[in-house]
Design a protein around this ligand. Structure first.
Ligand code: DGY
Length: 325
């Protein structure tokens, strides 16, 4: 049994595959394979371990129906047509939990960076513009005692709320379909309606998966309901906010600031107006980019491949329906 790996993943994952006697072919060039190339490569293998970003849509799944597993090197699976994979009984694996802390750290970093206009002021030094300044120039905002609103409070949101409460005594509100009892019991988090989340948050952080319901959820209308002093943080998927509406909301001072680890599209173009706004910070999707998190992801992704190629249920499966008769 063999697996195709479409990027260079941490050695820990490779070692696990080797130890399990699974042979692999790895795409090691510094470029994303086109879908046609990926289909051609997968045709010679029994499994795909994918750390790429291209769509694994209906066309791909139908062309690769022989695969015994599509093991993602990510927790998000919005790039996969899960319904089609389920229909064809192909299990999809992902890597939950191991990147929650790293992603929450990234959101925390964005929150602080935006609150003090840190990237903008750093660029001023690089551009030779650190000169005379008045005590009223380039002021940031304090986070202490403010309200952190979380859209989609799961493991990542919980970690951010924990840090925000400990560091800045922030109050936590959230909007989910169901109650997060752990957050309510341990962090005094309060479940609110989406409208209340918009109206009451000083920092509003989005962590929801990208689905048809959450696509463009943060749009002109949503930004217009937020406080003029609020900042919007997105460390989930760029599609959850409407980027043109966000740019306009910041230009019109409908909201105060924004911190993005994800953009729409990715990569962001260098001339995007967000990159020159004082109270904006943009990172190139680094949420899970720590040694620890990426090792954890490689381990889970390899374990999913090993399970599938041994005829077992994936330990981390997105579509458990494939196992029901
Ligand atoms: C994920 O795992 O979905 C992250 O966004 C990848 O870094």
């Amino acid at each position: 049994m063999t697996v195709f790996i479409d990027r260079i993943i941490p050695q820990l994952g490779i070692d696990l595959l080797n130890d399990a006697g699974i042979t692999f072919e790895q795409h090691t060039e510094n470029r994303e394979l086109s879908q046609e190339e990926l289909i051609a490569r997968c045709s010679k293998h029994d499994a795909l371990l994918s750390a790429g970003w291209g769509p694994l849509d209906k066309k791909f799944i139908q062309a690769c129906k022989h695969l015994k597993v599509i093991s993602l090197h990510s927790v998000g699976y919005d790039r996969v047509d899960v319904d089609e994979a389920t229909h064809l009984k192909i299990p999809i694996g992902n890597t939950p939990d191991v990147l929650s802390e790293a992603t929450a750290d990234t959101a925390f970093l964005l929150m602080l960076t935006v609150s003090r206009k840190a990237l903008y002021l750093h660029k001023k030094i690089i551009n030779g513009q650190w000169g005379f300044s008045q005590p009223i120039d380039d002021l940031g905002v304090s986070l202490t005692g403010k309200t952190l609103g979380i859209f989609g409070l799961g493991n990542i949101g919980f970690e951010l709320a924990l840090k925000a409460k400990a560091a800045f005594k922030m109050s936590i509100i959230y909007h989910n379909r169901s109650h997060n009892e752990k957050a309510e019991n341990e962090l005094d988090a309060r479940k609110v309606t989406f409208e209340e989340l918009l109206e009451q948050s000083d920092v509003l952080a989005a962590f929801s998966a990208l689905t048809p319901e959450t696509k463009d959820k943060f749009n002109k209308d949503a930004f217009s309901r937020m406080k003029k002093t609020a900042m919007f943080i997105n460390a989930s998927r760029g599609g959850v906010h409407n980027e043109n509406d966000l740019i306009e909301a910041l230009k019109q001072q409908t909201i105060w600031g924004a911190g993005l680890d994800v953009t729409n599209p990715e990569p962001m173009q260098a001339d995007n107006p967000l990159l020159s706004m004082p109270s904006v910070a943009v990172f190139p999707h680094i949420g899970s980019a720590t040694k620890e998190a990426r090792d954890g992801m490689a381990k889970l992704a390899a374990e999913n491949v090993i399970a599938a190629l041994n005829g077992k249920r994936l330990p981390h499966v997105v579509n458990p329906e494939v196992y029901t008769e």
